[in-house]
Design a protein around this ligand. Sequence first.
Ligand SMILES: NC(=O)c1ccc[n+]([C@@H]2O[C@H](COP(=O)([O-])OP(=O)(O)OC[C@H]3O[C@@H](n4cnc5c(N)ncnc54)[C@H](OP(=O)(O)O)[C@@H]3O)[C@@H](O)[C@H]2O)c1
Length: 280
Amino acid sequence: MRIAITGSKGQLGTALFRTLREHELLGIDLPEYDITDFDALTAALAGFHPELIIHTAAMTDVDGCEREPEKAYRINVLGTRNVAVAAQQNQAAMVYISTDYVFDGTKEELYWEYDDPCPLSVYGRTKWIGEQLTRELVPRHYVVRIAWLYGDGPRNFVRTVLRLAQERKVLQMVTDEVSSPTYARDVAWALERLVQRPAYGIYHLPNAGTCSRYDWAREILRLAGLEDKVELIPTENYQRLARVPKHACLRNFCAAELGIVMRPWQEALKEYFEEMGHAQ
Ligand SMILES: NC(=O)c1ccc[n+]([C@@H]2O[C@H](COP(=O)([O-])OP(=O)(O)OC[C@H]3O[C@@H](n4cnc5c(N)ncnc54)[C@H](OP(=O)(O)O)[C@@H]3O)[C@@H](O)[C@H]2O)c1
């Protein structure tokens, strides 16, 4: 298959390039390609004529989106509109990667694919509008929500905890933010299976199980052999610019019906450590 991947240098894009390497791939990322430049994007894709576009590119800095909403709308909404129109022009199917932050996190139970979004932040709102544009403009679409992503690349929660653990003796982490740590390579594995079927629609593909940021940090320190060297203190109500959902936990119902089941987050995190050479 000819597959174009936007955000190809990001965490998920890198994992997709690795997983889908037997296909013909075109990476779309800055500075060579800018999804907000409609003419350049459509010209690049017209030459490649993709059968599938996997759209991962986004402004993913949640507080940054709050500080610079116009930039967030330009990339996450108008950029997605451009990618969707390019998919339409090429008669390609499209995967749109979305987020648990489209929900407000007030539901006690897990969110199904069919629950109504109600984003709290600029980031969540732009991603929700991106979902709607994809559904309106591309008949053959998969809208795939994931959560707390980590993978290749310098910026993610795992790397932040490891860096802070080197710098400080005491770390504070919140117990009142709960979701599912999700390994980019596991999402790529699931997407490879999903796009083989014309089962278009909305999907939730986090790793299985949920935890708080505190629990996640504790497991990271344990896997790094640092639990005795750093004191981890539970806290609540971390003040940040963007409002983030307290309990935006996603239930994988639709992909599981197709036999695509994600493994527990602890197993995936352990493998990430082994891959990165951090394991004790
Ligand atoms: N990270 C998470 O915790 C998380 C959770 C749930 C859902 N998601 C969603 O999952 C997807 C992938 O996330 P990720 O963590 O892999 O993101 P990432 O590592 O931040 O990668 C995104 C990539 O898109 C690129 N990009 C940004 N603006 C662009 C533009 N105008 N044109 C072309 N490329 C552009 C970025 O380049 P620069 O780095 O140069 O800006 C970066 O290489 C995103 O859609 C995100 O909303 C992420």
